[in-house]
Design a protein around this ligand. Structure first.
Ligand code: GLA
Length: 354
């Protein structure tokens, strides 16, 4: 198999192949991106904190670098992710010294949405309008009646902020697809919460075109649950994108979910994966091949599969949530290795399409 054959070309009959990227990595990934991908996502540069660091002060330069690159490639972006509890300035939730009334938050979301839509719309085919608004078991134990994350947005507005965010985006981006995006979406209890949220949006008349399955794997995927999730989300009449795929070494270490620094599980993970064997690294390939087999079999509902990064030399996982008292573990979570060569799984995934 010729390693320069394009992954994106091979998958044209199934779905787009996307990558999340930051402007500072565009040069180093120039050739990989142009050869193997046909959709881009800004890793951070379209988020609230970057685009509107202070109320009414808009900064588009960083995102525009990715946009210019996408234009060179002849592709459009999955735009990600304005309304999110993270990476948003504290000003959003305040009115002077007081908590902002919900009407003010809706005005701010509307003004922001108008500005980003006017600036980016020609280059965007899809918006993750809201990100991660459901409760996640990582935050603690609660019963199944709790659907939403107790974010500042939720505390000040209840779930209505979701509806307002979608209404604004629909008004200013009538031609882009509108998505809700979330993680651990393959876990049965989380899935129930996400389905409740998606139905809430639909029942409130929002234009919701699709659901983004982040697919960050910090444990060995339960492939049956991945399939069940795809089926259940698609049964709501939604298009699906895999939006942030990566397979962490934690999956190889046999963890049940992301291990937090300071826990015995984290120490076990460091011990198991500090000096990974070729067999351990090859497990990531095997997982990718299994996942892509599933994605291909659901290509009637999946339109895009995006990895959260391009190659193993740069991944958020290498620095996120590590333990300062223990050596850092490298994660090898992507489809291309540290030297930008396609991993064996890429060649097999291409072969599977021929
Ligand atoms: C989440 C967000 C992404 C990104 C990743 C980690 O999944 O949706 O925007 O921040 O975490 O980098």
């Amino acid at each position: 198999m010729n390693s320069s054959i394009s992954l994106a070309k091979a998958y044209e009959k199934y779905f787009k192949i996307g990558a999340a990227v930051s402007p500072r990595y565009l040069e180093t990934y120039d050739s990989l991106l142009k050869t193997h991908f046909n959709s881009l996502t800004c890793e951070n540069q379209m988020k609230y904190a970057v685009v509107e660091p202070e109320e009414g002060k808009f900064e588009f330069e960083e995102a525009d670098k990715v946009i210019a690159f996408a234009r060179e490639m002849g592709v459009k972006l999955r735009a990600h992710a304005p309304v999110w509890h993270n990476q948003t300035g504290a000003w959003m939730y305040k009115d002077g010294d007081k908590p902002a009334p919900k009407e003010l938050i809706y005005e701010r979301i509307d003004a922001h949405t108008k500005a980003i839509a006017e600036h980016f719309n020609d280059d965007v085919y899809c918006w993750d309008v809201v990100n991660e608004a459901t409760f996640d078991e990582d935050l603690g134990q609660v019963d199944d009646s709790v659907v939403y994350r107790n974010s500042e947005y939720y505390k000040l507005c209840g779930p209505e902020f979701l509806v307002k965010a979608f209404q604004s985006m629909d008004k200013y981006s009538p031609n882009a697809q509108l998505f809700y995006n979330d993680y651990n979406e393959f876990e049965p209890r989380k899935r129930k919460r996400i389905v409740a949220l998606l139905k809430y949006l639909q029942e409130n008349g929002c234009r919701l075109d699709g659901f983004g399955l982040q697919q960050h794997f910090n444990s060995m995927p339960d492939y049956d649950e991945v399939k069940r999730s795809i089926e259940e989300y698609a049964s709501l009449g939604l298009r699906l994108h895999v939006t942030e795929l990566d397979v962490s070494m934690m999956a190889v270490a046999g963890l049940k979910r992301r291990a937090k620094p300071g826990t015995p599980e984290y120490a076990q993970f460091v011990k198991a994966c500090l000096h990974p064997t070729p067999e351990q690294i090859a497990m990531i390939d095997t997982i990718y091949e299994e996942l892509f087999k599933i994605y291909r079999s659901y290509s009637d509902v999946i339109d895009c599969v995006t990895t959260w990064g391009v190659a193993d030399d740069y991944t958020w996982l290498d620095s996120f949530g590590s333990d300062p008292n223990l050596p850092g573990v490298k994660h090898y979570p992507l489809l291309f290795d540290v030297d930008h060569n396609p991993k064996p799984c890429v060649l097999n995934m291409i072969d599977a399409c021929l």
